[in-house]
Design a binder for this molecule. Structure first.
Ligand code: SF4
Length: 330
């Protein structure tokens, strides 16, 4: 078996909170608190969970948009969390990003031609001016935008078209992994489907791996190979798509999935309504972080933190119920 393209080991990112007159760091936001996973070449792993669970922070840590608190991020066998600038430059080419809002991530003053040419120039990928032009026009074909649009600026496009430009810009660097951070969340339903189809086509064509960060499980169900579910800075369940959608094991995953509409007209799942709000990541609950909202909570959950344990082929769940603990739901 070939080694994974990306390995994330016990990743932590704690943001200091400055308080008081002297802006002392007195508390931390435990945004990501011990997250581990792998992504194979050509695989899509979806990182899902409610807003504020830390999934986007994981994506940004992989992109090294900030220094991590601890842990390791390994790309193709090489650590990138503490890589020297020279190594990091090459790593940056290999891992690209598509953000949620293409409008704010594309420079409004630049023409599409220059937006696409920038990464090609930065990473020295074109052999000549002609080669640069060939690459830029090929990118437009790849994301199915007309070549004439190369001379237009981002505000002249629709939201879906702008996201295509964002994808083309990511592809310009010839990456192996693209972090899609809520990349289709701001789009209309029909446009969402088109962009997801495009990402899948590109994945097949270029053998790309995708880290698909999303709160939209209905979209995830149609395009992912595996799913990792996050809650309050931790992964609570990881499983292949089929297993997680057919037989979710963690109580939180079950609640999330119960809100996903079924494709058959009129069909409904039994909704599981969770009580209360997600606790603050500044002061996460002791024991199982989900215990304040879990419908199956029992005494042990309040004192002992569950670890991810195998619950089937390629399925991992962090819940005390997985080790056969007898419990009476309260
Ligand atoms: Fe619920 Fe306890 Fe399992 Fe946490 S460990 S998910 S509180 S049953």
């Amino acid at each position: 078996m070939s080694p994974p393209l990306l390995q994330v080991n016990d990743l932590k990112k704690h943001f200091p909170v400055k308080k008081g007159l002297f802006q002392r760091k007195s508390e931390f936001v435990y945004a990501v608190d011990g997250v581990s996973f792998e992504i194979a070449r050509g695989e899509t792993l979806s990182l899902v969970g409610e807003s504020g669970c830390g999934k986007s922070t994981v994506g940004r840590a992989i992109l090294r948009l900030f220094d991590i608190t601890s842990g390791q991020v390994i790309l193709d066998g090489q650590r990138i969390d503490d890589a020297a600038p020279n190594t990091m430059r090459q790593m940056r080419r290999r891992v690209q990003v598509v953000f949620q809002d293409p409008f704010s991530s594309l420079n409004p003053r630049m023409r599409v031609r220059d937006i696409l040419a920038e990464p090609i120039r930065n990473f020295g990928l074109a052999k000549s001016a002609e080669d640069l032009e060939v690459r830029v026009t090929a990118l437009m074909d790849t994301v199915r935008l007309p070549r004439e649009a190369l001379n237009r600026r981002p505000h002249e496009f629709s939201g879906g078209q702008r996201q295509r430009i964002g994808i083309a810009r990511a592809l310009a660097a010839e990456p192996e992994l693209i972090v899609c951070d809520e990349a289709v969340s701001a789009l209309d339903v029909s446009v969402k489907a088109q962009i997801v189809n495009l990402l899948q086509d590109l994945q097949r064509e270029f053998g790309l791996a995708l880290l698909f960060i999303s709160h939209d499980l209905a979209i995830v169900e149609h395009m992912t190979h595996r799913v990792a579910v996050m809650y309050l800075g931790k992964i609570v369940e990881v499983a292949p798509r089929r297993e997680i959608f057919a037989a979710p094991r963690h109580p939180y995953t079950r609640a999330l999935l119960s809100a996903v509409p079924l494709p058959e007209p009129g069909a409904q799942r039994n909704p599981i309504i969770l009580k209360g709000d997600v606790p603050s990541p500044i002061n996460p609950p002791k024991g199982c972080r989900f215990h304040t909202r879990c419908p199956l909570v029992f005494d042990r959950c309040r004192v002992e933190e569950p670890t991810l344990r195998s619950a089937g082929p390629e399925q991992w769940v962090a819940c005390h119920l997985e080790d056969g603990t007898a419990a009476t739901a309260e």
